[in-house]
Design a protein around this ligand. Sequence first.
Ligand SMILES: Cc1cc2nc3c(=O)[nH]c(=O)nc-3n(C[C@H](O)[C@H](O)[C@H](O)COP(=O)(O)OP(=O)(O)OC[C@H]3O[C@@H](n4cnc5c(N)ncnc54)[C@H](O)[C@@H]3O)c2cc1C
Length: 421
Amino acid sequence: MAMNRRTFMGTAAAVSATLTTPMIARAHMAPRVVVVGGGAGGATAAKYIARDSEGAIDVTLIEPTRSYYTCFFSNLYIGGFYDFDDLGHTYGSLASSYGINVVHDWAVAVDRDAKTVRLAGGASVPYDRLVLSPGIDFIDGSVPGWSVAAQNKMPHSYKGGSQTQLLRAQIEAMPEGGTFAMVAPPNPYRCPPGPYERISMVAHYLKNNNPTAKILVADPKEGFSKQGLFEDGWERHYPGMITRIGPDFGGDIVEVDPDNMTLTIDGVVENVDVCNVIPGQQAGLIAHAADITDGNWAPVSAYDLSSRMDENIHVLGDAAAQGAMPKSGFSANSQAKVCANAVVAALTDGRAFPPRFANTCWSLIDTEDGIKVGATYEASDEGIVSTSSFVSQVGETDEVRAETYRESLGWYSAITEDMFA
Ligand SMILES: Cc1cc2nc3c(=O)[nH]c(=O)nc-3n(C[C@H](O)[C@H](O)[C@H](O)COP(=O)(O)OP(=O)(O)OC[C@H]3O[C@@H](n4cnc5c(N)ncnc54)[C@H](O)[C@@H]3O)c2cc1C
């Protein structure tokens, strides 16, 4: 029986559940693109490849979760500015409007010679081009005393979903005058301003609900994204509440004990009530399984995001070592469109446009006090390079900051629609 896209979708789910069929066969000759990871990079790439090839390419999207909860704006949920449900997005439109085969399973291995992806459910999915956008995984041992086994006691909240809810619940349960601690990550990591926007949102919550509470940040980095803007905002909105200990004072020599809820900074033991550990990061594990990383990240060409180790594999978003773009949802979405254009052109003899990229990272410091940093980029042989940039300034008027915040709300609606609708 010939399979159409709908029957494949149902079949794939059934196959992965029963483990009886070793290979998912497709009964037609359209080129096949398999996308692993239905986040900012993967969902966008799958949609644009399916849409722009007008059915000439078979697109399969492999993503374990049925609802994708964005990390972007998860800090606003912690601060009370956004509802948790508003962070969740589903894959129904990608399947029904664009004919994408959405398979809810984990990709566990890539056979680059056979050009197949093996799923946890046992099925094997063939591809002509493979797009990997698996985001990040954590580096074992990067924070002594912490492992993913301890993530319920000391949440990272650096992947979307239940970890975000857990962190917020722990902050709500803090005793009066208690201590919220963060272990900030070393470079490079997902969303450079993310930890500092989180500090701002935790401070906002505590100012209103537990005003004698304290925030302690151990940071291995000398400096961080939008530092002057954040520190100015913390001084104006949350004076005396936030202490950041950088590497000069041992912020890079930390250890945690999740059972006893302690954070040790350069030998000094602190008792803490909540400890948000954001460990060192690397490309999602499937990129390592495909053996296309430099040990941490997957080096790619800036022109089409193809792996420097396998021209039939493209890597997008956080997992890629692409040059100058920060690891952000906006970057992943922008890279996905360049990649989609190149893949469609290559597989359908179509036209590829010169690659152009853009990114803006907005952060909220307090009510209507929004800041941003952004840049435009182009491709070079060495990697993606910046062509122009902008950043908010200390001392801007309340109206400018409110407008920046409103811009960010518009961006969130637009990017999630671009990914999923
Ligand atoms: C607190 C916080 C705030 C942020 N704020 C912003 C912001 O304001 N603006 C912004 O632009 N960015 C922001 N980001 C960064 C943004 O979330 C990431 O950069 C972006 O999601 C990266 O997209 P991606 O496609 O690489 O990975 P993801 O969006 O994480 O998607 C990866 C997907 O792959 C799936 N996956 C992983 N492994 C496998 C596998 N083996 N098989 C199948 N599927 C797999 C996962 O389930 C996931 O759905 C923030 C991040 C955090 C943590």
